[in-house]
Design a binder for this molecule. Structure first.
Ligand code: HEC
Length: 184
């Protein structure tokens, strides 16, 4: 017996609806599992910046001998970054400046140099580039570090090792550089 056209039409509609449903579900799952490299770098930076801020506020509140015993924000950032690397993290981050107290915090690649120049001139913007280091490609993001607390300016202007002593509130003092590998 020949199937009635109405049933064929119904069956075709059901199959089509199922296919569309599956496609939509797949699209949704894809959206949930894919994070762009730039978004990943921005998210890492948001955490680093919030941590640095909280730590700088804590140090600013502590006084006298207690404050002197605390590591500086730069040491705190380096220790955390190194601990994460030891645990096998693929991404990395570091603090940089064109006029650093610690000479090791100066720019160490062309992208870092250009990124520091860029954020110094465009403090509201971030700098993103791909760079090749040791034969591996990285997505490198550079975020301005501004003097948002009075203590940033005071400590950097007074520090014996500081090559610059005319920092003012709001100045771009350097940058946080975040690197995410593009090949695994
Ligand atoms: C109590 C002192 C102190 C305060 C407060 C302080 N810094 Fe620093 N900062 C340092 C020292 C010391 C270093 C270098 C130390 C190192 O790398 O181990 C440093 C490093 C840096 C660097 C890396 C370049 C360099 O100079 O070596 C940047 C950028 C920076 N600080 C920005 C800031 C900002 C922005 C604030 C405020 C939110 C701030 N600092 C508050 C002492 C301070």
């Amino acid at each position: 017996m020949k199937p009635r056209p109405i049933f064929s039409l119904l069956a075709a509609t059901v199959v089509l609806a199922l296919a569309v449903g599956l496609l939509r579900a797949d699209e949704k799952a894809h959206k949930l599992t894919t994070v762009s490299t730039r978004k990943m770098a921005d998210s890492l930076h948001a955490i680093i910046a919030a941590d640095q801020r909280a730590y700088a506020e804590l140090v600013a509140k502590s006084q006298g001998a207690a404050a002197e015993r605390l590591p500086t924000h730069a040491q705190q950032l380096r220790q955390a970054a190194q601990a994460i690397q030891k645990k096998g993290a693929e991404f990395s981050y570091t603090l940089r400046s064109l006029t650093p107290i610690n000479p090791n915090n100066g720019p160490q690649s062309d992208v870092e140099q250009t990124g520091l120049d860029f954020v110094a001139q465009h403090p509201e913007e971030n700098y993103y580039r791909e760079e090749e280091l040791g034969g591996r490609s990285y997505f490198t993001a550079v975020y301005a570090e501004r003097a948002t607390l009075a203590s940033c300016v005071e400590c950097h202007n007074q520090h014996a090792g500081s090559p610059r002593r005319d920092w003012k509130a709001g100045d771009v003092m350097g940058a946080v550089v975040v690197r995410v590998p593009l090949e695994f």
